[in-house]
Design a protein around this ligand. Structure first.
Ligand code: IPE
Ligand code: IPE
Ligand code: MG
Length: 248
């Protein structure tokens, strides 16, 4: 395996790396069910894959990595599963914090964090504060995130600014709109990876994905390794990103 690992990473063209990779980490439940285990065991096993994705992104030289960890729709799951996922988040913030700092990772969290309990919010505060000097990889965790909600918040915020006389409706353009998104400071994802063989967006970054290259793999999230990330990037490098033009 290590020799294959060397091969794939060396096939990557450094000049054509995606700056921003986003991943919809899906398939934990099915991974567990296949093994006759309760769903939460799949979530637990998925933590290893998070580490793989972060380390793989650093190794490849990716600047921004967004991980979709918990959607607004996921609040509709059984309360025990939600509680387990939230405790995993707290554990992640504790157990990975020093490694993330040592690896130069800067953590940001996007989503409707008011829905989290105070322990979860505190864990997020701790990890974002501790990692704020990181310079190698910006890791964005989407937690309690829903793209439609994000867009509604932008609309509300712009309406308030118009109401306050700060802004005229005619001044609202794509740049101003994007400046109110959670992602205002970062480039849009170049590549979106979804695991577990699903072909849908599930309310993830509807604005930001306008011209993102999509890659889906049947691999279930707990089985995802840096090799799969490199495979996705290799596939990305074969794509012709035209952005509506005739040729790149
Ligand atoms: C992804 O795995 C983790 C979250 C959405 C929180 P799932 O829990 O969705 O696993 P499947 O899709 O049921 O297999
Ligand atoms: C998407 O996975 C959300 C995350 C990975 C956090 P889901 O498992 O919630 O998506 P659906 O329900 O299959 O669309
Ligand atoms: Mg799922």
């Amino acid at each position: 395996m290590p020799s294959q690992r060397l091969q794939r990473i060396h096939q990557l063209k450094k000049s054509q790396l995606p700056r921003h990779v986003a991943i919809i980490m899906d398939g934990n439940g099915r991974w567990a069910t296949e093994r006759g285990l309760p769903r939460y065991e799949g979530h637990r096993a998925g933590m290893k894959a998070v580490r793989e994705a972060v380390e793989g992104a650093i190794q490849a030289g990716i600047e921004f990595l967004t991980l979709f960890a918990f959607s607004q729709e996921n609040w509709r799951r059984p309360s025990r599963e939600i509680a387990f996922l939230m405790s995993l988040l707290e554990r992640y913030a504790q157990s990975e914090c020093q490694d993330l700092v040592d690896n130069g990772v800067q953590v940001h969290v996007i989503g409707d964090l008011e829905r989290l309990e105070s322990r979860g919010r505190k864990a997020i505060d701790t990890i974002t504060t501790a990692t704020r000097e990181g310079q190698r990889l910006l890791l964005i965790l989407a937690i309690s995130y829903g793209a439609r909600d994000e867009l509604v918040r932008v609309a509300r915020r712009l309406a308030e600014r118009v109401n306050a006389g700060e802004l005229k409706p005619g001044q609202i353009d794509e740049t101003l709109f994007a400046s109110e998104l959670y992602t205002r400071s970062w480039p849009d994802p170049d590549l979106l990876v979804r695991t577990s063989g699903e072909y849908r967006i599930s309310n993830f970054m509807l604005w930001q994905l306008a011209y993102t290259e999509l890659f889906t793999t049947p691999v279930l999230w707990p089985d995802f390794t840096r090799e799969h990330l490199f495979e996705a990037v290799l596939e990305y490098q074969k794509r012709d990103r035209r952005f509506g033009r005739v040729s790149s």
